[in-house]
Structure formats: C-alpha cells, structure tokens
Design a protein around this ligand. Sequence first.
Ligand SMILES: C[S@@+](CC[C@H](N)C(=O)[O-])C[C@H]1O[C@@H](n2cnc3c(N)ncnc32)[C@H](O)[C@@H]1O
Length: 251
Amino acid sequence: MGYIQGTNASSKENLEELDDPYSTQSVRQMAMLNHFWIKLESQNLFSLAFSSGKFSEVFGYTACQQISEMLFSIAFFHVSEYILAIIFHGKSNVSLKSLLISKNYLVAMIFSLLEYLVEVYFFPGLKEHWRISNFGLAMVVIGEIIRKLAIITAGRAFTHLIKVYHEEHHELVRHGVYGFVRHPGYSGFLIWSVGTQVMLCNPISTVLFALVVWRFFSQRIPYEEYFLRQFFGSRYDAYAHQVPSGIPFVN
Ligand SMILES: C[S@@+](CC[C@H](N)C(=O)[O-])C[C@H]1O[C@@H](n2cnc3c(N)ncnc32)[C@H](O)[C@@H]1O
C-alpha cells in the first residue's frame, strides 16, 4: 500500500480512487500484481517440469548429442559448400543460393526435427539405438567426403545451377571420383541427407528423405546429361556407357 501511495497516489483524489476497488487505477495495479504473480508461477511450473524429468527426458544426453551432431552436420555442409563455391567461382559469381537452402529443404529439415522431438518424448527408447545412430553419423561423414571430393575434382565445372550453354573452359571430367560414378556430388548428397535421419533414428524421415532426394536426382540427371551430351557428344556417351550414375536405379 505504501508503494502504491508513494509512487502513484500522492494527491487526495488518487487516494480516494484507491479506496474504491473498482477505480481505473486500482484495476490497473491489480492487473500488474496479477501479471507478476502469473510470471512467478509459470517460472515455478517450468522448474517443476524440468526437475520432474519431462524436460530432461526430451533434452537429455541422447537428444543433446544427436541434435548437436545434426546441427553441426548441417552447418558444416552448407558453409563448406559456400566456401568452395567462392574458391572455384570467385566471390562476385557466388550468391547466397550457393548455401543450397531452399524452401523445400527447410520444410524437410523442420519436419525431421519435429519428428525427432515427438519421438524422443513419446518413444525415448527409439533414440537409444546408438549403433544405428553411429551408422548414420558414418553415412554423414562419408557422404560429405564424396560430395566435397566431387566439387574439388570437377572444380569450375561443378556449378550449382546446371549449365545449358557450353563455356570454353568447361571440360569433361572423368578422373578421380568421376571415374567411379558419373554423379558423385549427387551420390554424396543422397548418402549425407539420408544419413542425417538415420543418425537421428527418425524412421519416417529416413524413408521420406530417401524417396524425395532419389526422385529429385532421378529427374535432374537426365536433364543435366541432355546438355552434357550436347557439349561433349560421343565422348559423353562412351563415358556414360562405362561408368554408372551413382544413384540407385538411375542409368
Ligand atoms: C551440381 S554440378 C553436379 C555434377 C555432377 N552431376 C555430380 O553429381 O558430381 C552440375 C554441373 O556439373 C556439370 N557436370 C556434370 N558432370 C560433369 C562432368 N563429368 N564433366 C564436366 N562437367 C560436368 C554439369 O554441366 C552441371 O552444370
């Protein structure tokens, strides 16, 4: 009461107003007290929930470890793509598109994180399959290495947008990882992206990522190779005859 009088109700009218419990000022002050009380109570509820195990179940060791691995893999993948694009194509020719973060990609990643959170809450045992999770981590590392080897091997020929006009410097690359598969960059990405979901022990997203990424590359490869055949003619035909695509069920 002293606080109220001292700060807001120095005049006689104000004091009178405070005596009336329904005056505007009293109502405002009651609302303020109520607000602080609710805030205090919600903080207590938060700490109660945390100590009761619900939060520690969701954000326990397993979840922290697996989500950290996922976030690190994503950050490393995109930043290294961007840096390599700058190294091979020069800063002036590279835009933020080289980070390779599209709307569909974001939707897929958010879906996979939501799947993870729902499952770790309702079926925490599902995430404790560490052999599967570590196998996924190995897929992420292997996929990343294959993709980066492809980018480094192809150099300037590796453009994020498919070339539809032949440029003078554009040579057919057949050596290194391109001697084993024709599309190592895509093989690497397929392994990497499915690996992120195996690492999270996400059964639904593992299947969805495999299907969506496979479908994307199965449509992209014929389009890309249509232009490669125009650029390099029979040399590309011979290469395609000898070397597999690197994407399952795509010739
Ligand atoms: C995103 S890169 C992907 C390259 C390849 N498909 C891969 O997965 O490693 C696409 C560009 O690489 C070029 N490219 C693909 N294969 C190539 C090859 N063997 N030699 C030279 N350029 C190639 C295409 O012309 C296209 O512009």
